[in-house]
Structure formats: C-alpha cells, structure tokens
Design a protein around this ligand. Structure first.
Ligand code: FAD
Ligand code: N01
Length: 542
C-alpha cells in the first residue's frame, strides 16, 4: 500500500446506496476511469478484489515478472505532469516498479478514498423500471448505480487446469498470477513448473538459479525474443520527455499503438541476405519489435515460415542438447500465440539442474501426494508452480452474475463466445461498459493507450447522455452482429486462427473457440470516433 493514501477498508466503509457509476477493478483501467469520472463531477465507487490496487501488477509477483512494452510507452499519457515527473529506471520495468507507479498515480490523484479493497462484485442486475444497476458484493454491499463499468482485466482470472488429485499434493503449490507477497525461496527444492507461456518463460531462469532441481512441463513450446533489457539512459529519457506528447501521438498511430519500428518490406520480396540481416538486427534489438521486421509476418503463411526458420535456428544455437532444442522449437506460426520476451530462457536448459519434460506426447495424468505423474513417468516434487495462464478476456466478466434486460444473463448471451459492439457494450445490457472488452484491440495492443482510449470514450459518452437528457445507452443488435462478423473476418485473413491460443479460448477446456480480440489498432480508434460523430451510431439512446 502506498504511503499517504487513505484507503477505504471494507470494515470501515459506510454502505453506499447510490452513486452515478460503479467501477469494478482497480488496475490501470479502473484507476483512470475513477479519475475521469470524478473530473466531470460524477460520483463513483470502485470495488477491487485485491488487498491493493494495480491489478496485473498487484497479483503477478513471480520472480522475473516485468513488462515487455518499453517503460517510456507502458504508462499513462493523460497527464503531462505525471508523465514528466515519473522516472523509469530500466528499458523494461519490473513488476515492483510498475506497481509503485500505479500506487503513485492513486496517491497523486487522491483515488483511494473511493476504492474499496478486498471486495469482489458478485452480481449486477439491471432494474428496468429505475434504469439503474444494482450491484452486490461478497461483503454484503448493495449499491444502486446508473452505470456500471467493468474494468475487470483481460488477464486477471487465473486458469487452474483440473488435474486429477491436485488437492492431494503435500508440497507447496503456487500460481504465477497469484504469487505470495512475501516471495518464495526455492533453495534446496525440487520444483515443477507447468506451462511455457510468458509467465513461465520469465520465471523459469530465476527459479532454476535457486532450486535444487527444476522440471519444466511443456505442452506447447513458444517463441521468445531476448529482451536485451538495460538500465534506461537518463539522456534518452530526457529526450523523450522533451517531446512526450508528440512521441505518444506517433506511437498511437502505429499498429498495436506500439513503436515496433515497422518495416514496410515483404519478407518474400527481399534477398536471402537482406532477410537474414533484418531478422538478425531485430533479434539483437530485442523484444516485440521482432514482429515488425517485415510487413507480412502476420498475414502470409509463406512469410511466417521464414521467421519460423530463423527462430528455430536461434533456439538450436542457444540450447546445447539437440533433443531438448528440438522440443523447444514451436510448430505454430510466429505470433499465433502471443510472442514472449525473455532474459536467458533458452540458455536455462543448458543447466545441469534443469530438465524439459514433454507433456504433449505424454500428458500429465495426475498430481500425486509427492509430485506428478505423466503418461510415462513419475516426478518427485517439493513444489509445483502453475504457470498455466488465464481464462482470458471473458473469465473475470463472466465471474460476475450479470443480468440485463428481461433478466437475461450475460453468461447465456455469451454462451457461444463473447458478443459485443466495439468491445464496449453488449446488446441487452444498457449502461454497462467493458474497458478493453472482447471485440476491442485490448491484448493485441499496448494496453495502457487502449485503456485510456476506452476510458475516455466511456466518460465522454456518460457526459453526452447527461448533457442531452438521455437515461441510457445500449448497443443495437444489428450493429453488434455486424461488428462480431467484422472481428472474425479480419482475424480470418491472418495467421491467428491456426493454433491453440488463449486469444481463441483454447487453453480452457470447454470454452467456445472464438477469436476474442480485434486486430486493428489504430483504425479501431477512428471507428469509435466516427460512431460518436454520427450520434452514437449503432447504439440506442433512450
Ligand atoms: P487488471 O490489471 O487485470 O485489473 C483488473 C482488476 O479487477 C484486478 O485487480 C482484479 O482483482 C479486479 N477484479 C476482477 N473481477 C473483479 C470482481 N468481480 N470484483 C472486484 N474486483 C475484480 N500489457 C501490455 O500492454 N504490455 C505488457 O508488457 C504486459 N505485461 C503483462 C504481464 C503480465 C504478467 C500480465 C498478466 C499481463 C500483462 N499485460 C501487459 C496485460 C495487462 O493485464 C494490462 O497491460 C493492464 O495491466 C490491464 O489493466 P486492467 O486495469 O485492464 O486490468
Ligand atoms: O499464460 P499462457 P501466461 N497441461 O496461457 C500451459 C501476458 N503476460 O500467464 O500452450 C499442460 O500464455 C499452456 O500450454 P498450451 C501475455 O499477454 C505477459 O504465461 O495451452 N500445460 C501454456 O504453456 C501472455 O500471453 C508477460 O499448450 C498447460 C501455459 O500453461 C498472457 O499474459 C508476462 C495446461 C500458459 O501460458 C498469459 O501468459 C506474463 C495443461 N492442462 C504474462 N493448461 C510479459 O512478458 C495450460 N498449460 C509482458
């Protein structure tokens, strides 16, 4: 908890019966939403499940957790004073530094007095007669609000595979997305990490350096580009700050709202020497800009094959044991699953105390009292780390029992996959907004600019309704259907549908296979603005 703040503790809080807006979640989305609403004179209250604010950066405290968008870009731009005064220390900020930043924002804008921590929203019910939402929490709060904003996060509902016998394990169990605040000492322990996504790839080198022995249970290998992290040069930071608004504007206009230095050449049109030179320089530069190496890696299978070949060669050069290197080479196309960014991940498999276990050919069959059994072997473990990710994009939203017009449940409305108009609203659920909801660029963009764009759109919308005497706003079904079709059509022209990613819900058994984010920042921003300029086209204002 940041110093000087004055958090509302559940036991101290008075029951609030009526506010203009209830915001669920106090990550970067909820914090900025609260600030904007207050600025325009609305009363708002935020409920947050955690015992602190910061969302992702509050929960994901595993060793090695850090951002893979560069610090100068992964931060708010709504306040020039804020972006001038905050000093980042590294090219990619660590989790503790980002959490300190979130706490600084909360303190600076005096947000804590409207945030109730350790409180989960369990239901939200639309009262048609009153045109208001009734929100209930696990603490017994009952609040009536004109609007409800779900700032519940795309990656906040942790995924726990239902392994047979999991509860019998007598050792310690951790999930990367719910890491203990006091940290974990793995010294002298036999540790098993399940999963090889971004969280695993960041934490494995740290756990390996501490544990007596580490088993990495891999179902699908992933591509990872070295971070090449380094302390931030003060002169570089000063130069960016001298023109911060222009820097932000430039990046907002880029694909994904991120400066990946996009190269507008087709990899298929250049010579083999040029191809190698560009890939090599991207590898050296490090991080997500690898995907900007050529303009067709995300759309052409043939082009992607060349990136794949380059990265397979890199993995084989880094990993000494050829059989382990083979296992670490992904089959899927580069970027189909979210690309990872690492520091020493592949090299970790050269350590004597680390072993890669392929659980694709021999799946995990059960967790035992003393470890884990796959289809062909047993492993004795003192600790199991679930790096098994999230019920992404819809998990946190559908964790709340939401009832809209006519008592319709959102869980039913989304039973075949999420359906939204612009990722902002769902038909049948008036005055309910989602920040970075499914159907918006969200996880396929630098998320803080995406969050700011949504928060500003929602705040402006509420101000517009007030100014024009409208009681409610609701997405129209035809507009929503057309938007969902458009989201799918855009995705089908890319490489994204060809693998089992969490973008498709494929990591959670039984989840409908639907591509959830929208590929198209920044054209998406223009579309949102156009809708407003046409009097909220596709929405019904009552
Ligand atoms: P969150 O930060 O997830 O906050 C949502 C909050 O809502 C949570 O605190 C949760 O407890 C709360 N909540 C949910 N349901 C309820 C409920 N029913 N009642 C009460 N509270 C509730 N994005 C990038 O752009 N770049 C990166 O480099 C990057 N790195 C990441 C690294 C990790 C480890 C993870 C998990 C994600 C990363 N992301 C990154 C995505 C990241 O989630 C976003 O950038 C951003 O932090 C999301 O902010 P948010 O406020 O929308 O959601
Ligand atoms: O989760 P993931 P994550 N048996 O879903 C495996 C962001 N993020 O927490 O691929 C065996 O990617 C699963 O296997 P498979 C970023 O957007 C960013 O790592 O489904 N294995 C996979 O290997 C990221 O994409 C950073 O076959 C099982 C792993 O668990 C997102 O958050 C850091 C299994 C889960 O990987 C999620 O990342 C961290 C089973 N039953 C997170 N079930 C940055 O670096 C699942 N797995 C910025």
């Amino acid at each position: 908890m940041q110093q000087g703040a004055d958090p509302v503790r559940p036991e101290e809080s008075e029951r609030v019966d009526a506010v203009d807006v209830i915001v669920v979640g106090a990550g970067f989305a909820g914090l900025y939403m609260l600030h904007r609403l207050r600025e325009q004179g609305a009363s708002a209250r935020v409920f947050e499940r955690g015992s602190g604010i910061g969302g992702t950066w509050f929960w994901n405290r595993y060793p090695g957790a850090r951002c893979d968008v560069e610090s100068m870009e992964y931060s708010y731009q709504f306040s020039e004073e804020l972006q001038q005064e905050w000093e980042w220390t590294e090219r990619y900020a660590t989790q503790p530094e980002i959490l300190r930043y979130a706490e600084h924002v909360a303190e600076r804008f005096d947000l804590m007095r409207d945030i109730q921590l350790e409180t989960s929203v369990v239901s939200a019910t639309w009262d048609e007669a009153a045109s208001r939402w009734e929100i209930r929490t696990d603490r017994g709060d009952r609040v009536s609000a004109r609007f409800c904003v779900l700032a519940t996060g795309c990656l906040s509902s942790t995924n726990h595979p239902a392994f047979e016998g999991a509860e019998r394990f007598r050792g310690d169990t951790y999930h990367t997305g719910r890491w203990p605040h006091e940290g974990v000492d793995f010294t002298g322990k036999r540790v098993g990490v399940i999963g090889t996504g971004s969280s695993a790839i960041q934490s494995i080198p740290h756990i390996a350096a501490q544990a007596e022995h580490l088993f990495v249970f891999q179902r699908t290998p992933n591509y990872s580009i070295p971070a090449n992290n380094h302390p931030l040069d003060p002169e570089f930071q000063r130069r960016i700050k001298a023109e911060y608004p222009a820097f932000r504007a430039r990046n907002r206009a880029m694909p994904a709202g991120l400066d990946t230095h996009p190269n507008d050449e087709s990899v298929l049109a250049v010579s083999a020497e040029r191809r190698e030179e560009v890939f090599e320089s991207r590898w050296e530069h490090g991080g997500l800009p690898f995907m900007g190496a050529f303009n067709d890696l995300g759309t052409s299978h043939e082009a992607n094959e060349l990136a794949k070949d380059f990265l397979h060669r890199k993995i084989r050069a880094l990993v000494d044991d050829p059989a382990t290197a083979d296992l670490l080479c992904p089959d899927q196309e580069v970027g189909c699953k979210r690309i990872c960014v690492d520091t020493g991940y592949f090299e970790t498999f050269n350590r004597e105390n680390v072993r890669l276990v392929d659980v694709r050919t021999a799946p995990i069959e059960e967790i035992t009292e003393t470890g884990l059994r796959t289809a062909d072997a047993s492993y004795e473990l003192d600790a199991i780390v679930y790096a098994t990710g999230f019920d992404a994009m819809t998990g946190a939203i559908l964790g709340i029992d939401i009832r809209g017009q006519g008592g319709e449940s959102l869980r039913d409305a989304w039973s075949a996959g999420p359906r939204t108009y612009l990722g902002l609203q769902s038909a049948g659920f008036p005055n309910l907004f989602t920040v970075t909801g499914p159907g918006s660029p969200s996880v396929l963009s630098n998320m803080i600019p995406s969050i700011e764009q949504h928060v500003e759109w929602i705040a402006d919308c509420i101000a517009y309704l007030d100014a024009h005497g409208h009681e409610s706003i609701e997405a129209e079904l035809p507009a929503q259907d057309a938007w969902v079709d458009h989201v799918n059509e855009v995705a089908s022209a890319t490489i994204y549908l060809g693998c089992n990613s969490w973008y498709l819900g494929a990591n959670v058994p039984g989840k409908p296979r639907v591509f959830m984010p929208y590929i198209g920042f920044p054209t998406y921003v223009a579309k949102c603005e156009e809708v407003v300029s046409k009097g909220y086209e596709g929405f019904q204002l009552t």
